[in-house]
Design a protein around this ligand. Structure first.
Ligand code: M6R
Length: 604
């Protein structure tokens, strides 16, 4: 949440920072600002609203200098106004900072600082930091920052610079921050996608670290103040992967990337005989008897599908816990529990805190992740990367499918190692899994049918998503996609639960999206759809190719290739993603940056 980019070097710093902010706008987009430093002076420009407002202002006013610090905000404390936008600048205008995270003791600090004569101009918790650092500033910015941070409770990724001097000071506690190393120039960002066009050499800050970033050097200090060597990582994403590449929206681009992403997730992960997987994991499945999946939003729905894979293929008890509740629920964990954290960004604070809770209880931890070097990656025992490439659209699509593929692999690995899955069954599952990219490609070619289906949602007061078995999770995921980008109310239920209450909602203005792939529960699903239609409900069914019975149970039918029940979530997700996308476009919504949301949720 909130994006940071900063630069020091020979280029026009504000332009580099603005370019970085355009790549990070998905992290927050309710206001933005940049401060530049030039010959002992600072120039600050801030605008409420989308980054475009700041861009227009910058076309009118040049921000001179070779050092600049920028921010795009997702409001927590204080409304999205010019005053509350970052950077926050000291009263003498010479010290400026941007901050991601939440300063939990900001009220107490503010009272103290106001008593000392500091005058606040915003409602934010972040402004406290600039006054606190100013209070400790005796000419050495690094020391002032280190001293100030001793009094701060909460999460921060902090970038601060003074009109005097040549460097930028950065610090991190929980909220991510990465330094991009250039030749005679350095870049700073809250996540690597801002750095892709400039460098692939990065240093991820760890909690408690502070660094001084100059044109030619980065000096890193640990929480004890002692200097540390730099641990340089190389990013393996190419810059084009984070571009829209001619697509109208990132979300659509990412939906269409899914066949390739699935290939990447599965690549080089099967043995030669095709009856086992080769995962680069150090965990031993013989050392745990139970799996608890912790995740948020779409990742938690991937976890629900994963639960079915693990229980049915590996015969190991598995449960999914919403990460935001996990550590407050007195979870039952021990050293024979494997906690699997699932996260695209690897930065979701709820999931990170769930991992910490698991570790405190002595459980083993594995993460299914997309972003290398992310906070969760740094804390778990083992990692299974999904290799989805940068996901920019706020609505998660390709990461979801890749997470399902990762769980499919994990289930084979656990099942084979523990002896619960025989070679023949593993082989059959792996063969089917290998068809997933081509089958998803086939579903993508059916987009025109989805476009024709969209009018069914016209004038909808709400939409019910129904699914059975493993596709209860699919229904939850479909409903989430629709609500987050169309702002239509959508709810998901197990189809069989409808008659226990939700059926009261059914009328002509509440269409039903029914997941009805072939399989053991198909006939029961058809009966439930009859109950909907008998109450004037309109049904959009997503069914398997060749399903003739569905015609008399639905107003609109979308089809997917025939698969086993276990593979069906991968295929059913695609028409639901497209349905949400096309509906959002028809309603004129901002598909990639829906209101109130941000891509990674780094506050509780
Ligand atoms: O980065 P993560 O996978 O941890 O994010 C979890 C959720 O915040 C995320 O899936 C969110 O629900 C998406 N907006 C869904 O499309």
């Amino acid at each position: 949440m909130c994006g940071i980019t900063s630069y020091v070097g020979p280029r026009d710093a504000a332009s580099v920072v603005l370019d970085g902010l355009t790549r990070l706008e998905y992290r927050g987009y309710d206001s933005a600002g940049i401060v530049s430093f030039d010959a002992g002076t600072t120039t600050t420009l801030k605008r409420a609203g989308k980054l475009a407002n700041l861009q227009s202002a910058m076309a009118e006013q040049h921000l001179p200098g070779h050092r600049a610090v920028g921010h795009t905000r997702w409001a927590t404390h204080g409304r999205p106004t010019n005053e509350n936008a970052h950077p926050h600048v000291s009263e003498d205008g010479r010290l400026a900072l941007v901050h991601n995270g939440i300063i939990e003791n900001h009220a107490e600090l503010r009272n103290r600082l106001e008593a000392l004569g500091h005058v606040f101009t915003s409602e934010t918790d972040s402004e406290t930091l600039v006054h606190l650092i100013e209070e400790h500033d005796e000419g050495d910015l690094l020391t002032a920052v280190q001293e100030a941070l001793k009094q701060v409770e909460g999460a921060y990724a902090l970038v601060v610079a003074h009109a005097e001097g040549e460097g930028i000071v950065v610090a991190r506690a929980t909220s991510p921050l990465v330094i991009g190393l250039g030749d005679g120039e350095q870049f700073i960002a809250s996540d690597v996608s801002a750095l892709l066009p400039y460098t692939d050499r990065v240093v991820y800050l760890s909690d408690g670290e502070v660094a001084v970033v100059n044109e030619t050097a980065v000096t890193l200090y640990g929480p004890d103040g002692a200097e540390r060597s730099l641990d340089v990582d190389v990013i393996d994403w190419d810059a084009d992967a984070a571009d829209k590449g001619g697509w109208p929206h990132y979300m659509l681009k990412e939906i269409y990337e899914q066949p390739t992403v699935l290939q990447n997730t599965l690549a080089e992960r099967f043995n030669e005989a095709g009856d086992d997987v080769t995962l680069d994991l150090t965990l031993d499945p013989a050392t745990f008897d139970r799996i608890v999946v912790v995740a948020a939003g779409t990742a938690s729905y991937a976890g629900m599908v994963g639960e079915a894979f693990l229980e049915r293929l590996a015969r190991i008890p598995c449960e999914v816990q919403v990460a935001s509740e996990f550590r407050y629920a007195e979870p039952i964990l021990d050293e024979r529990t494997l906690v699997v954290a699932v996260s695209q960004s690897g930065e979701t604070i709820d999931t990170l805190e769930a991992v910490r809770e698991a570790k405190r209880a002595g459980a083993k931890t594995l993460a299914i992740l997309n972003v290398r070097g992310s906070s969760i990656a740094r804390e778990v025992d083992d990692i299974l990367y999904i290799h989805a490439g940068p996901e920019i659209g706020v609505a998660s699509t390709k990461a979801y499918l890749a997470m399902l593929a990762a769980f499919a692999l994990l289930a084979v690995w656990v099942g084979r190692t523990r002896g619960a899955l025989d070679a023949e069954r593993a082989k059959a599952w792996i063969e089917e899994l290998r068809t997933a990219p081509a089958r998803v490609e086939e579903v993508l070619q059916r987009r025109p049918a989805v476009q024709d289906a969209v009018p069914l949602l016209d004038d909808a007061r709400g939409v019910l998503y129904l699914g059975r078995g493993v596709n209860v999770a699919s229904a939850f995921e479909g409903a989430l996609k629709l609500k987050e980008i169309t702002y239509l109310h959508a709810e998901a239920y197990p189809t069989g639960e409808m008659k226990h209450g939700p059926i009261a909602l059914i009328d002509a203005a509440t269409p039903v999206v029914a997941l009805a792939p072939e399989g053991r529960l198909h006939a029961k699903t058809l009966s439930n759809l009859q109950e909907v239609r008998a109450r004037d409900g309109r049904v959009l069914a997503i069914a398997s190719d060749g399903d003739e019975a569905i015609a008399s149970h639905a107003d609109v039918i979308l089809t997917v290739p025939r698969t086993s029940e276990l593979l069906s979530p991968m295929l059913l997700a695609v028409p639901m993603q497209l349905l949400a996308y096309e509906t959002a476009v028809r309603l004129g919504r901002d598909v990639d940056q829906p209101r109130n949301l941000a891509k990674s949720v780094t506050v509780e």
